[in-house]
Design a protein around this ligand. Structure first.
Ligand SMILES: Nc1nc2c(ncn2[C@@H]2O[C@H](COP(=O)(O)OP(=O)(O)OP(=O)(O)O)[C@@H](O)[C@H]2O)c(=O)[nH]1
Length: 329
C-alpha cells in the first residue's frame, strides 16, 4: 500500500469512540438497571419518577410495555441507565419461549435487576415465576422494590416486605436490598436512586449530559454491531472500525403481535485489506457478525430484527459531518 493511499485512509488519532461522553470525577459510576415485575407493577411510573420526566408511556392496562424504553438518570456522581424490558410470562408458545429468552439475556447483561412488587397486591404465582427465573442468573445483582406504598397502611407494608424476603429465601435469591417506594408520592425515590447507583461499576458517563432517553437507540445498536465485528479480530482492527445505523424502522404491514424491526447499518473500516477481513471468505464472516449482532440487538430491544449490514471504507465517514456527529465526534 503506498504512503499516499495510507494518508488518505489514515484515521490514527481519531478514535471511533464508543458512546463515552465527557470526563468523569473520581468515583463516578455508570451502568444499567432493569425493572421487572408482573404487569401493572408500576415499573414505567417508577422509571419516570427516577428520571424526573415523563418518558415512558404508563397505562392502567397491563401489558402495554412492548418494547424496551430507557430512561437516563444524570447525577453529579453517576449515570444510571434504566432498561424497561417486556414482561416475562409463563411460556405457552415457542414465540413466548423465545421472548422469555430475550428477557433473560437482558437480565444477564445489566448491572442490577430490580423486581417490583406492588404493595397493594399479594405476592402470587406470577411473582414467584419471575423470581425463580431471575434467581438462575447468578451474576446480576438483584434488589426488590415494594412499589405503590402510598396505597397501603404501614402494617400492610410491613407484611409485604416480609413476604418479599420470604420469597427470596424460598427461591434462593439474594436480595441486595428490599426498598419500599411510592413513585406517585415520591417517597423513597431518591433513596432508590442512591442504592441503584451504588451498585454500578465505576466508569465514565455513557450518554451526553441532559439526555433523558437514548432517543438514538441507534447508538446502542451500533455499539453492539461494533462489538460483534471486533470479535476475533481485535488485534487486526483495533480502532479501525466504526458503525453507523442508517435507518431503523418497524416493518409496515405486520401484525401488532409479530413486529419486525428493519435495521440498515454500515460498518466502516480504514482500508481495503480490512474490508476483506471483515467480509471474509464469500461473505461468511460478515454473515456471522450479522447473526451475532442481531441476537444481541433483539435481546436489547425485545423485538425480532432484520439486520442489513454493509462494509464500507472509512474515507467517507471522516469527511461527512453528519456521520461524524452520529459517531460522537
Ligand atoms: N398509587 C400509586 N399508583 C401507582 C404507582 N406506581 C404506578 N401506579 C399506577 O399503577 C398503574 C400501572 O403502572 P405502570 O407504571 O404502567 O406499570 P408497569 O409495571 O410499567 O406496567 P406494564 O407496562 O403493564 O408492565 C398505573 O395506573 C399507575 O398510575 C404508585 O407509586 N402509587
Amino acid at each position: 500500500m503506498s504512503n499516499e493511499h495510507d494518508k488518505d485512509f489514515d484515521v490514527s488519532g481519531v478514535e471511533p469512540a464508543g458512546p463515552i461522553y465527557g470526563t468523569r470525577p473520581d468515583g463516578f459510576r455508570s451502568g444499567f438497571a432493569s425493572f421487572v415485575g408482573r404487569p401493572n407493577a408500576g415499573k414505567s411510573t417508577l422509571t419516570n419518577a427516577l428520571v424526573g420526566s415523563k418518558i415512558v408511556i404508563t397505562s392502567s392496562k397491563p401489558q402495554t410495555t412492548r418494547t424496551v424504553v430507557r430512561g437516563i438518570v444524570h447525577r453529579p456522581d453517576g449515570q444510571l441507565i434504566l432498561v424497561d424490558t417486556p414482561g416475562l410470562h409463563r411460556p405457552r408458545t415457542l414465540l413466548g419461549e423465545r421472548l422469555n429468552d430475550l428477557v433473560k439475556t437482558t437480565w444477564a447483561e445489566v448491572d442490577v435487576v430490580a423486581v417490583c412488587f406492588p404493595a397493594n397486591e399479594k405476592i402470587g404465582p406470577g411473582d414467584r415465576f419471575i423470581v425463580t427465573e431471575l434467581g438462575k442468573i447468578r451474576r446480576t445483582v438483584k434488589i426488590a422494590v415494594a412499589t405503590k406504598t402510598d396505597l397501603v397502611s404501614p402494617e400492610q407494608l410491613g407484611q409485604h416486605l416480609l413476604d418479599i424476603a420470604a420469597l427470596g429465601a424460598e427461591t434462593d435469591t439474594t436480595w441486595a436490598e428490599i426498598v419500599p417506594v411510592s413513585a406517585v408520592s415520591g417517597d423513597q425515590v431518591s433513596l432508590l436512586s442512591d442504592l441503584l447507583l451504588g451498585m454500578l461499576p465505576e466508569g465514565p458517563p455513557l450518554y451526553p449530559d441532559g439526555d433523558l432517553t437514548d432517543a438514538p437507540e441507534e447508538v446502542l445498536v451500533a455499539d453492539l454491531i461494533r462489538e460483534a465485528a471486533l470479535e476475533g479480530v481485535r488485534d487486526e482492527l483495533p480502532h479501525s472500525i466504526a458503525v453507523v445505523v442508517e435507518e431503523m424502522n418497524l416493518r409496515e404491514g405486520r401484525d401488532a403481535d409479530k413486529p419486525l424491526l428493519d435495521i440498515y447499518a454500515n460498518l466502516y473500516v480504514e482500508r481495503d485489506s480490512q474490508k476483506g477481513i471483515m467480509i471474509g471468505h464469500k461473505g461468511a464472516r460478515l454473515r456471522s457478525v450479522g447473526t451475532a449482532a442481531r441476537k444481541q440487538i433483539e435481546a436489547l430491544l425485545g423485538t425480532p430484527v432484520y439486520l442489513d449490514l454493509h462494509v464500507k471504507i472509512a474515507k467517507d465517514w471522516q469527511r461527512d459531518p453528519r456521520q461524524l456527529r452520529k459517531l460522537g465526534f
